[in-house]
Design a protein around this ligand. Structure first.
Ligand code: SF4
Length: 563
């Protein structure tokens, strides 16, 4: 690959023409950020060292041949806390360790001998056979746990390394995988949960998602990236496309027809940035190549020195979209891309809850668990309910919800009732519909605050106290157990970032920093934006329901016409 470019940030160190004072100083060598394309191949931190010492994908063989037989204690620490993630495995937080000790304990003191296992469901769609398999794995190997994540994965808990060979055998027998579900590699590709059936979808991008997964997931060429790489490919703007490393969004070109608009460089966590349009139009059959080109840029030019600067968004921010497009075209595709128009964007995120007509005349039913928490038992019951109502598949949404697809019109009422009996609500309250929570203190080693149970309690209390409130378009609440923003803190009307706060008796307790007024999926003419973090806006976790109630009442009292 050509190595012809200046390093990111190098421009900032060159003296402008005519600046004699600066010209007199010897030019400062730009500090490398570990970009492979600029010759920095020696690992600059322990994570990079782990990846260089052995491709993380190789750990699968060790799990099957060694660790599953010899047990947890036999696992090499570099595999345990590093390479296992490439197969969807994280060590689980030990029960009973409060959030105040997260930052002071060593990793081995925080973890127990069980794992969280993420099953990737690219595009979000599952056959009933796949759904039943996940349900069985959950019931048999994961103590009946299952969370729908906000990236269309299903996450299981309490997994033992001894059971992994059998779990993989079962999952892979029905076409599911955990390959690169975590780690510094291409994670799950988000897709529209109604791809192929939505009335207002003009082009189904599923073939491109399938091709990317077939070609590149598990490919060692793309398995050592600077950090995680998040993708979204959808005709409809029904995924959080603005906060992915790469997004393809449906658009109609006036001359060339249906295709996709390309966005790069979105991401949240502690330094949130919205993705930017490259201004190009990509036809469906070129999406996999263009996707691989962007991943290639990230692999080769991405920053590897500091973990907190290693996401693609920093490179895009430093280069700007014009340079990014030029490098993509010249060095990775060997051709120019066509200029393209901007897509039309909806006024608010589309979550597909309720009963909706498909373009083939059948219907889909979108239903809400509470904050994505479900169980293997419920998943098995869901498969039965779907089958009894003429459906052969379900899909998961990036809002921790699920859909039953292909339901005959005359069966939808009965299905709604059946889903309600298993704890899934097709006509939920605004609170249940719009509240999401990350994994939190129950299982996550990085957490400071419990989130799932608090989210469930919050929804129940708000449903009780604000039952009749007219919230119009809804009110999104995202609970996060730490600053990492896995449940997209900054994109909610009320974003909650877990941290320690001062309690009523002056001691530190679990609480949240509050971000207000974030939003994605904005119509053209408006702009998507992040919620504002206001220094004084904090609440203890125990007072959260009262806090949100007060905030909502104040908003309802003070809102202006049309707000
Ligand atoms: Fe864990 Fe923090 Fe992510 Fe929540 S936001 S899942 S606590 S890392």
């Amino acid at each position: 690959m050509a190595v012809s470019d200046t390093p990111a940030g190098a421009d900032a160190t060159s003296a402008p023409a005519g600046s004699s004072a600066r010209a007199a100083r010897p030019a400062r060598r730009p500090r490398g950020e570990g970009q492979w394309a600029l010759g920095h191949r020696e690992p600059l931190n322990p994570n990079e060292r782990t990846k260089k010492d052995d491709n993380p994908l190789n750990v699968r063989a060790r799990i099957e041949n060694i660790y599953a037989h010899r047990g947890f204690a036999s696992i090499d620490p570099q595999d345990l806390r590093g390479r296992f993630r490439w197969w969807g495995l994280y060590t689980q937080r030990k029960a009973g360790i409060d959030g105040g000790r997260t930052a002071v304990l060593e990793p081995h003191e925080l973890e127990d001998e069980y794992f969280m296992l993420r099953v990737r469901i690219d595009g979000g769609q599952l056959s009933l056979e796949q759904l039943r398999t996940i349900a069985e794995v959950s019931q048999r190997y994961a103590r009946d746990t299952a969370d729908i994540t906000d990236r269309q994965n299903i996450q299981l808990h309490w997994i033992r390394v001894e059971d992994m060979p059998e779990i993989w055998r079962r999952l892979e027998a029905v076409g599911l995988q955990t390959t690169e579900a975590c780690g510094d590699c291409p994670r799950i590709v988000l897709g529209s949960p109604v791809a192929g059936v939505a009335e207002d979808e003009k082009l189904d991008p599923t073939p491109a998602i399938d091709e990317i997964v077939r070609r590149y997931v598990g490919d060692p060429q793309y398995s050592n990236l600077p950090r995680k790489f998040k993708s979204s490919i959808s005709w409809l703007a029904d995924t959080p496309y603005e906060v992915n490393d790469i997004s393809f969004l449906g658009v109609e070109h006036p001359e060339h027809g249906l295709g996709f608009d390309l966005w790069v460089g979105g991401g949240l966590s502690t330094n949130p940035m919205l993705a930017q349009r490259l201004g190009v139009w990509v036809p469906l059959d070129e999406v996999p190549d263009v996707w691989a080109g962007v991943v290639g840029i990230f692999r080769d030019y991405g920053y590897r020195r500091l973990r907190h600067r290693a996401r693609l968004k920093f490179l895009v921010a430093d280069w700007g979209v014009a340079k990014f497009r030029e490098v993509l075209e010249k060095e990775y595709l060997g051709r120019s891309l066509l200029d393209g128009p901007a897509p039309e964007l909806p006024a608010k995120p589309i979550d597909h809850i309720g009963v909706h007509r498909q373009r083939d005349g059948r219907h889909y039913v979108g239903a809400a668990p509470v904050v994505g928490r479900i169980s293997g038992t419920q998943l098995a019951e869901l498969a039965d309910a779907a089958a009894e109502h003429g459906s052969g598949r379900v899909s998961l949404t990036p809002y921790q919800k699920l859909l039953v697809l292909d339901v005959p019109a005359e069966r939808t009422d009965s299905l709604v009732a059946a889903l309600r009996r298993i704890g899934l609500e097709a006509f939920p309250s605004v609170w249940r519909r719009d509240t999401m929570a990350c994994t939190g203190l129950e299982y996550c080693k990085l957490a400071i605050v419990e989130t799932k149970a608090r989210g469930q309690e919050l929804v129940a209390r708000l449903e009780e106290r604000l039952a009749g409130a007219d919230l119009g378009e809804g009110l999104s609440i995202h609970l996060n157990g730490c600053p990492n923003a896995c449940a997209r803190t900054q994109t909610a009307d009320i974003g909650l970032k877990g941290q320690l706060v001062v309690g009523p008796d002056g001691r530190q307790v679990e609480g949240f920093q509050v971000h207000l007024g974030g939003g994605l999926g904005m119509a053209q003419g408006q702009s998507a934006g992040f919620g504002r973090k206001l220094r004084g806006l904090k609440t203890t976790a125990a007072e959260l329901p009262e806090y949100v109630e007060r905030l909502t009442r104040r908003y309802l009292d003070g809102r202006t016409e049309g707000e």
